[in-house]
Ligand binder design. Structure first.
Ligand code: KG4
Ligand code: ZN
Length: 360
């Protein structure tokens, strides 16, 4: 990429830093959703998502190679559709944003390559966004009155963590999962119960018909930090189901789903509430695909009400993967003086929550 382009983008970003209504076109392709969104300030002008769930359902989970191929087929059309719905032309946007990680490498590469070419062709700056921080930033679109500091519980298919958000770009990791992510545990438990992928919504539905009658352990109960463990809980559920099946005993799948969901929610909400109390913060935010869980929202509301905390969570469409949240995080980055990404930008399968931009 010629140095002129990079220099010019740096100058453009310096000007955008003080602009409130920045127009951002964002691309997200980290897993099984190809998404493009256009935002102006914190307003979502359009958000288009081509979900591959129906394709991956038959395999019981996401098949990386199939995901990449479908991203390639969808990305161009999704982008045109997002522009069309926003009533904009490509030249009307100020900046392009893209998820560079974490996620499936091949899937991420489709978005990163497309966004690099798109930004260069338009002579606009490109901003590389950490997907996990995007989930947090989804909340600023839903509730413009939300401002740091607050405690954020991030629960997705790949990450589960409690974070202290001191400023838009100042996130401190307080605790995280020591093994499986919460969404991953939902998906694995769903599979053992014979439910479809993705497991979270299926467990939620089945749990409504059950009671929390199956005793399950609370991992790390005696630990003082804010770390989680979901592997032990998942294994306890799998052992319970297998033992019942081997003995040929009847059991209620709905009760298993309900008991698992209650315990999964208890683990996360306890840690988030404790983190807020210890840090004397009165605002708790939930983010990520699992934030779509009705029971998690309900329990968090109840615990917060008792303590006089405020709770924020995004509407369902902004909980699971989307590109509007990537645009929202790009907005934070630009406003805090981010540098543009260049041709060397690569996709990263793993990133830390604390990574503001790609590690060199
Ligand atoms: O954030 P996300 O869309 O993708 C990742 O970044 O991982 O999260 C996907 C995860 C899946 O594990 C899915 O089962 C879970 O979020 N999920 C839910 C619900 N909706 C999605 N888990 C529990 N309850 C839900 N309603
Ligand atoms: Zn996600």
């Amino acid at each position: 990429m010629p140095t002129d382009y990079v220099k010019n983008c740096g100058l453009q970003l310096e000007k955008l830093k003080d602009k409130e209504d920045i127009t951002i076109l964002a691309i997200e392709s980290s897993c099984d959703e190809t998404a493009c969104a256009i935002t102006r300030g914190r307003k979502v002008l359009s958000s288009v998502i081509a979900s591959q769930i129906e394709i991956h359902k038959r395999y019981g989970g996401v098949v990386p190679e199939i995901a990449s191929r479908n991203h390639v087929m969808a990305i161009s059309q999704i982008t045109s559709e997002a522009l069309g719905r926003a009533g904009l032309k490509p030249e009307d946007i100020d900046c392009v944003a893209v998820t560079y990680g974490a996620g499936l490498l091949g899937a991420l590469l489709v978005g990163v390559s497309f966004a690099k070419a798109y930004a260069y062709a338009l002579n606009k700056p490109l901003i590389a966004v950490n997907h996990i921080r995007g989930h947090v930033a989804a909340n600023y679109l839903a509730d413009p009155q939300l401002k740091p500091p607050y405690i954020c519980l991030i629960a997705s298919g790949g990450h589960t963590a409690v974070v202290k958000v001191d400023d838009y770009e100042d996130l401190k990791l307080l605790g995280s999962t020591q093994d499986d992510a919460c969404g991953e545990a939902f998906d694995k438990v769903a599979r053992v119960l014979g439910l479809l992928y993705p497991g979270g919504p299926e467990i939620q539905k089945l749990a409504k018909e059950g009671k929390p009658s199956v005793h399950l352990p609370t991992p790390l109960r005696n630990s003082e930090g804010y770390d989680f463990s979901y592997s032990g809980l998942k294994t306890a559920v799998i052992n319970y189901v297998h033992t019942k099946e081997q003995k040929g005993e009847e059991f209620s799948k709905a009760d298993v789903a309900c008991s698992f969901q209650e315990k999964a929610v208890e683990i996360m909400t306890d840690a988030a509430v404790r983190a807020a109390e210890d840090n004397e913060l009165k605002t708790v935010v939930i983010a990520g695909g699992v934030a779509a869980n009705e029971r998690l929202r309900e329990v968090m509301r109840q615990k917060a009400e008792k303590r006089g905390f405020k709770v924020y969570y995004p509407p369902l469409g902004l909980c699971t993967d989307n590109a509007a949240m990537i645009a929202s995080e790009a907005y934070n980055l630009i406003r805090s003086g981010a540098k543009p990404a260049d041709i060397t930008l690569d996709a990263s399968a793993t990133v830390k929550i604390t990574d503001v931009s790609p590690r060199a």
